[in-house]
Design a protein around this ligand. Structure first.
Ligand code: PLP
Length: 414
């Protein structure tokens, strides 16, 4: 065969024997060994072949490395999980493991199932994400797992809530929508004394903003749907942490089945390359927006950890890493206009660049009127107790030009 033709796929005359249906199933494949693609291959397969029955048994029994079934493990999914771990656990002096999930909620529910048994107790934030509250209150409670909800910014409140049966403390780095910042180091100290893991939902503070493992957390979880995917086009979750804990989480994932699909893993992995760049830009723009609107006459309050007026501004300055331009405080800004509920609706509806939409962490700036959406179960008294004004509008600052966003909000405030 001539040199020129060496990369031309050539089909040699086949052996006689196999019939058409068999040939259709067992199509020839090029030799994949030695292929080194720049892009991550998507192993879009549910099943894998083995050299022998013994190898099948060994892989399935976790006695030898390999892939058997994509609910159990998939190379593309592992590449995403490991890639994300290299960002989340950078600088750590202990090994970590990572697991990816079909959604943030699949990650959260799997962690709870892995680390709790009947009779266990969990401490979680009073302002916890609604889905996490639902899993604890509506699902796990039926199976004998109790939860106490406390002010997670106060490690002493967590210490006071500890019980003999407390299996874990669940915290959120930045709370929704108040942007209250958890004292991860203080919580980790309380957990270390009690001999239980601190698990942190760090969805609002993706690397490089905060790396809770550095501050003593045992496990970090993200809804990858948000900043990690970053383009509002994929749903996923990821957990990184101590190897033994993550091994238990993997076992529970295999049993419960909330595994990430390879196509979604491809998209999430692609998001990693630009995550630091995007997050730096999100943060820089959010800081500009928060500063520009803080003293606006139509604004009652702006909640953003980067503002000196924020109750945990100093703590955030310690926990959060300075990115380009010194930005470090995340990109969720909650703006409460004067005039209550109607003013909140009016602000949201008059925006032209920012969009009224669910979710956060994508390229588009999106807003939600807090009291009628994410916190609709709370009446005005409960909202007040949670420090949420009836008119509060949560902004997830996207990647548009910050000057355009500021002008848009100023125009909408009238
Ligand atoms: C979105 C979100 C979740 C849930 O993630 P899904 O991917 O929607 O399942 C959990 N925690 C926080 C803080 C979130 O914002």
């Amino acid at each position: 065969m001539s040199e020129v033709r060496s990369n031309l796929p050539i089909l040699l005359p086949g052996e006689a024997g196999a019939n058409e249906s068999t040939r259709a199933v067992h199509t020839p494949r090029p030799d994949f060994s030695g292929v080194r693609p720049m892009g991550l291959p998507t192993y879009r397969t549910s099943a894998y072949e083995f050299d022998s029955a013994q190898q099948y048994a060994d892989v399935l029994g976790d006695r030898s490395p390999g892939y058997s079934y994509s609910r159990i493990d998939n190379p593309t999914v592992d590449a995403f999980a490991l890639g994300f771990a290299s960002l989340e656990a950078h600088g750590l002096d202990r090994p970590v493991a990572a697991q990816a999930f079909a959604s943030g909620m699949a990650a959260i529910s799997t962690v709870f199932v892995a680390l709790c048994r009947a009779g266990a107790h969990v401490i979680a934030p009073a302002a916890v994400y609604g889905g996490t509250y639902g899993v604890l209150e509506h699902v796990l409670r039926r199976f004998g797992v109790a939860a106490t909800f406390v002010d997670i910014t106060d490690p002493d409140a967590v210490r006071a809530a500890l019980r003999e049966e407390t299996a874990l403390v669940w915290a959120e780095t930045i709370a929704n929508p108040t942007t209250a910042v958890a004292d991860i180091e203080g919580l980790a100290a309380v957990c270390r004394e009690a001999g239980i893991p601190l698990c942190v939902d760090s969805t609002f503070a993706p690397p490089p903003v905060c790396r809770p493992l550095m501050w003593g957390a045992a496990l970090v979880m993200h809804s990858a749907t948000k900043y990690i995917g970053g383009h509002s086009d994929v749903t996923g979750g990821v957990v990184v942490g101590d190897v033994e804990l993550v091994a238990a989480v993997r076992a529970a994932r295999i049993d419960l089945g909330g595994s990430l699909a390879p196509d979604e893993a491809f998209l999430l992995h692609r998001g990693l390359a630009t995550l630091p760049l995007r997050v730096a830009r999100h943060c820089a723009s959010a800081a500009r927006v928060a500063e520009a609107l803080a003293d606006h006459p139509a604004v009652e309050r702006v909640d953003y950890p980067g503002l000196a007026s924020h109750p945990q501004h100093a703590l955030a300055g310690k926990l959060f890493e300075a990115g380009p331009e010194g930005t470090r405080y995340g990109a969720i800004v909650t703006i409460t206009p004067r005039g209550g509920r109607e003013a909140g609706f009016a602000l949201a509806d008059r925006l032209q660049v920012a969009e009224v939409a669910t979710s956060l962490g994508g390229a588009h700036t999106v807003v939600s009127h807090v009291a009628s959406t994410t916190h609709r179960q709370l009446d005005d008294a409960a909202l007040a107790a949670a420090q949420i004004g009836p008119g509060a509008v949560r902004f997830s600052i996207g990647l548009e030009d910050p000057d355009d966003l500021i002008a848009d909000i100023q125009r909408a405030l009238g």
